[in-house]
Design a protein around this ligand. Structure first.
Ligand code: NAD
Length: 264
């Protein structure tokens, strides 16, 4: 017997953007599953808003399979999936490490960010669509959290920017296939939302007019949930979109910003 209330899974729901979406859906009486790798923040976030916590490492297939399977077995439906968990990585594949220099040989880089920010999302979309097809009324909504870094080059974070760009084309590509099962897949590209993903205080580096309130992202998520005509869409959620475009138009300005960002 399927649950009466709609059911949502939100990865990375213990904090920042994910928690804001979870909180909003709870106020609308959804059953919300917060899936996060961090058991401390995950449990406390879920308890504070009346959600369910499922400890999940999205970069493990088994962990995500258990999340989706348990949810569907318990509630008999899945209406919404936010593939939102993500990590930033400023690792450079250009710089040579001391060890590499010593050995005079390049070492295979460990690219965790690709596992979390891209591969895990592909797995999540596969799992979500599998269960959404099995809803009593076939279908559901999937939203991926990409980034403005997926739209504009970001020399400080090339791996992150690469993964976030890949998400955009992945979502747009799968959306037409999934439409036949009434599964809508859309993408959100936030910029400069003050969350824990930034070490330190974002406002120390960027003027207030560039900071995007988390409520802007929640509104965009809601539009994708509510508007049944939307699939394969990409929305940029930046308080000042012009600012980011300018970084691309004027590389020297971008360089200055990068230096500020890395605290130089
Ligand atoms: P955040 O650090 O507050 O939240 C990220 C959450 O993901 C944390 O709770 C963390 O524990 C969880 N997480 C990390 N690795 C995980 C894993 N392997 N499995 C499960 N959970 C994991 O940051 P946020 O800003 O809320 O980030 C949410 C998403 O928004 C990310 O995908 C991020 O790339 C994206 N984003 C954020 C901004 C911004 O300005 N804050 C801009 C663009 C994109």
């Amino acid at each position: 017997m399927a649950s009466d209330s709609k059911v949502a899974i939100i990865t990375g729901g213990a904090s920042g953007i994910g928690l804001a979406i979870a909180t909003d859906l709870k106020t609308k009486n959804w059953t919300v599953i917060i899936a996060d790798i961090n058991p401390t923040t995950g449990l406390s976030a879920a308890t504070s808003i009346g959600a369910i916590f499922h400890q999940t490492d999205v970069s493990s297939w088994d962990s995500q399979l258990s999340l989706f399977k348990t949810t569907f077995q318990k509630y008999g439906r899945l209406d919404f999936f936010a593939a939102n968990a993500g990590i930033d990585d400023k690792k450079s594949i250009y710089e040579e490490t001391e060890e590499e220099k010593e050995r005079d040989e390049p070492a295979q880089p460990y690219l965790k960010v690709i596992d979390v920010d891209f591969v895990a999302v592909v797995w999540g979309v596969k799992l979500a669509s599998w269960y959404m097809r099995r809803n009593e009324k076939k279908g559901g909504v999937v939203v991926l959290t990409s980034s403005a870094a997926g739209l504009y080059p970001m020399a400080t974070n090339p791996l992150y920017a690469g993964c976030k760009a890949a998400l955009i084309n992945f979502a747009r590509s799968v959306s037409s296939t999934y439409a036949t099962d009434s599964i809508r897949v859309n993408v959100i590209c936030p910029a400069l939302v003050p969350t824990a993903i930034f070490p330190g205080n974002l406002r120390d580096f960027f003027p207030e007019e560039h900071i995007t309130p988390v409520s802007t992202i929640v509104s965009a998520y809601n539009k994708f949930i509510d508007d049944e005509s939307l699939t394969g869409r990409v929305v940029e959620c930046a308080q000042d979109q012009h600012y980011f475009r300018k970084q691309v138009e004027y590389p020297s300005e971008s360089q200055r910003w990068m230096n500020e960002d890395s605290g130089e």
